[in-house]
Design a binder for this molecule. Structure first.
Ligand SMILES: [Zn+2]
Length: 464
């Protein structure tokens, strides 16, 4: 290691130590300091480690978590950054926290959640490293962040341009993501996808990538899963979905916290249980399975690993509050929210209450008009069939009223609406109902509510 990077690492370590003594989290500042002193420090810190970067609009955190589960379950070690630290400073900090004073990081793998716009900064000094990049999907994110889907796709391309020898793991069902195959020099690409689609979706759900990325003709589909994901093809130029080598062929049953599926790896079919909740998480499980192949696991081990995946912060976290408990679900954009709506439409009964929480801080997205792109109508229709007299829809957050208006238009019974902006008072009310609650929350509502929940219920600790 050069003198410059040694010095940078030592100062970064000292910063982390100091923050620790002061009782502060060290997810970003050590990275800032280290990068200032040595901009390409990642090339040094990650030199003996195999790097797996995970990017894309939705599913990054769950996919990283699932990959880390698979890696550890099979006897390897890995370091990961937390969801809130997915930009360059956070990534460097996570290496700093794991490194010795001399900059040695004793791990087999680094599993890095990478913000789409930050990937190009993170990969910049990784040209000489062993890197695999997983791209989950590309959807329209909050309106005020990256603009159009093609802008997001271009940002990812810029990130891949720094690492032309990288191995890619791509979602075959996303016409935008799978076009990234052209970004790799050797065509070292592994596709994952869902064969045959899910029955409940229709072509009206497609809004983010309607037209062929090559010739602008409207795509046709053999089958659909979510949004624009599915077995797409273009009649005009012939661009079409690639056959995935890691795939779900059929979902035999959806359960509240898992799915029983027929899964195929290189055309060999297996029965598997993916222990992640919701149909949308099948993709995240598949991405992790594809990484299982990348790290050299045999099919049997990959299939076995699928049944011991766990969910991370904000992804259907169960909290023992009151008699029946609550499930906390994080929502960030229309596509992710629609996946949650699909889940609730399947699993929410009249015996469950729902809490909707929305803020408009910059981490949530300052323009909340995207809630009009969420298909609340589907959930409204279902709840009109199954609702009970005691069912309540709670609202909180700075923009709780906007959600109330949105849900009124979606056909929800406004007589069941209750707005409570004080988190402590809200928690007391929820505890008093004796009922189970699904909490669907934007990022900073979740952080704020979690703090207050921790005063009355046992909670997992997450780095921020
Ligand atoms: Zn075309």
């Amino acid at each position: 290691m050069g003198i410059r990077s040694s010095f940078a690492v030592m100062v970064g370590k000292a910063t982390a130590k100091l923050l620790h003594i002061m009782g502060k989290g060290a997810t970003s500042l050590p990275g800032v300091v280290t990068l200032k002193l040595c901009p390409n420090v990642l090339a040094t810190l990650a030199r003996d480690i195999k790097v797996i970067c995970v990017t894309g609009t939705n599913g990054k955190t769950t996919t990283c978590h699932a990959i880390a589960d698979i890696i550890s379950a099979n006897g390897y070690t890995c370091l990961t950054n937390s969801a809130g630290a997915n930009m360059i400073n956070g990534v460097v900090s996570c290496f700093m926290n794991a490194s010795s004073l001399t900059g040695k990081v004793k791990r087999d793998y680094a599993v890095l959640e990478c913000d789409e716009a930050s990937l190009r900064h993170i990969t910049k000094s990784m040209g000489s490293l062993d890197v695999t990049v997983v791209v989950t999907n590309v959807f329209r994110d909050q309106l005020d962040r990256y603009g159009e889907v093609l802008t997001t796709l271009d940002l990812i391309k810029q990130g891949l341009a720094h690492i032309p020898n990288a191995r890619l793991v791509l979602n075959a069902d996303c016409s935008l993501t799978s076009s990234l195959v052209e970004s790799t020099k050797h065509g070292d690409v592994l596709f994952f996808g869902v064969n045959g689609g899910f029955e409940s979706t229709s072509s009206s759900d497609i809004s983010d990538a309607v037209y062929c990325i090559r010739c602008k003709t409207k795509y046709k589909y053999h089958s659909h899963t979510f949004g624009h994901l599915g077995d797409f093809y273009c009649e005009s130029c012939g661009y079409h979905r690639q056959k995935p080598s890691v795939a779900v062929d059929e979902v035999t049953s959806f359960n509240a916290d898992s799915a029983d599926v027929l899964m195929s790896i290189d055309d060999k079919q297996y029965e598997a249980k993916i222990t992640l909740p919701g149909a949308y998480n099948i993709y995240n499980g598949l991405a992790a399975a594809a990484i299982g192949r990348v790290i050299g696991l045999d099919d049997k081990k990959i299939i076995a690993s699928m049944s011991s995946l766990t969910t991370p912060f904000g992804r259907m976290e169960h909290v023992a509050l009151g008699e029946k408990g609550v499930e906390m679900i994080l929502v960030k954009n229309p596509a992710g929210f629609n996946e949650v709506i699909s889940f609730l439409t399947k699993h929410c009964t009249g015996e469950d209450d729902i809490l909707f929480g929305l803020n408009d801080n910059s981490a949530d997205g300052t323009d909340v008009s995207w809630i009009w792109d969420v298909e609340f109508e589907k959930l409204g229709e279902r709840l009109r069939e199954v609702t009970t007299d005691s069912q309540t829809f709670f609202f909180t957050g700075k923009r709780g009223e906007d959600l109330q208006v949105r849900l009124k238009y979606a056909g929800f019974d406004t007589g069941k609406f209750k707005l409570e902006k004080d988190y402590r008072a809200l928690i007391q009310r929820l505890m008093g109902t004796g009922r189970h609650t699904y909490m669907v929350l934007s990022y900073t509502v979740m952080l704020g509510l979690r703090d207050k929940l921790a005063e009355v219920a046992p909670l997992k600790k997450y780095a921020r």
